[in-house]
Every structure is written in C-alpha cells, then in structure tokens.
Design a protein around this ligand. Sequence first.
Ligand code: ZN
Length: 184
Amino acid sequence: MRKEVVVKEAMKSNPVIVKPTITVLEAAKLMREKKIGNVIVVEKKQPTGILTESDILKKVVAEGKNANEILVEEVMSTPIIVTDPYIPVEEAMKTMGKCNIRRLPVVENGELIGIITHKDITRISPILNEIAREWYNIAKKDESHLRAQIFSGKCEDCSSLSTNLKNVDGRLLCENCMDALKYQ
Ligand SMILES: [Zn+2]
C-alpha cells in the first residue's frame, strides 16, 4: 500500500506574508510583484488573517475607499482556519471542501511554517480531486465541520493571539479561556 502523504510533504514553505499594519496598497503591490492572489497576515509569527484579491475588490475598491489609507487588518478575513502539518493531505482536502476554502496555512508549534492549497494536493493526487468534488458544496459550508476546526487569530474573550482557537458555543476561544471555563 502506498504511504500516506502528509500536509508537510505537499505544502509550500515560506509563503508570502505581510504585517497587519501595512496599507492595502502596499499589500496589493506585493501581490502583483509576486504574482499571487492572496497573502497571509502574520503577527508575532502567528497567522492572524488572510487578505485576498476579492477582499481588496469588495471591501476597498467597491466601497470607494482609498487603498493607501486602509490598513490590511481592517479588511482581512480573520480568524482563519489552519492545519497541522502531520495530518494526511486527504484530511486537509476534506477540511477545505467542507469549509469551502481553497487554502490552509500550516502551523507547527504556534508558528506559520507553510501553506497548502487545493491545487498543491490535486497535483500530487489527481484521484483525490475527483473525490473532493463531493466535499465541495458551492451553496453552503458544512457548519458542524466548520465548528470542529482549529482557527488562528484573536481570542474572542481575552483578545490575545492564538494559533489554537476552538469553537466553544459559537465563540472562538484560546486555550487559557477554555480552561478558565472548565473551572467556573
Ligand atoms: Zn482567551
């Protein structure tokens, strides 16, 4: 039987990152220069958000705002779903499908180490691409699957950064706040 490929073997290392406090214009220039459609926003080595072309188009351009005055953190999508580097690519693909996303930042020991995309996985496993079709449902996200994911960003209770936010009754909480709940 073929050995299972894990995320770390298929991901791209050194993804293009930006700080949350640069302007959208600066981020857009970087995206053009690198010929990429999105950048991961990183604070203290932890991914806190993602800025895509679509965010820029919808939240800045279409709103008539000046990209030179808006900061990345004002329009980025946050918090973001992240993945562990040692899960099989099939699991990562399933998460992308069920949560209706195309890329997952990879986090190890609380730091961003890479990014894995739908494309990276289909390249190494064309068969998985066929299977993945049924996981993707353009109409809706799978809420139960979405709730089970690990997010990276700010805790909704204490506002501290965490790469291990989990959904507790609809709120994304860090480990400390989760522990505190247990002892209440
Ligand atoms: Zn917290």
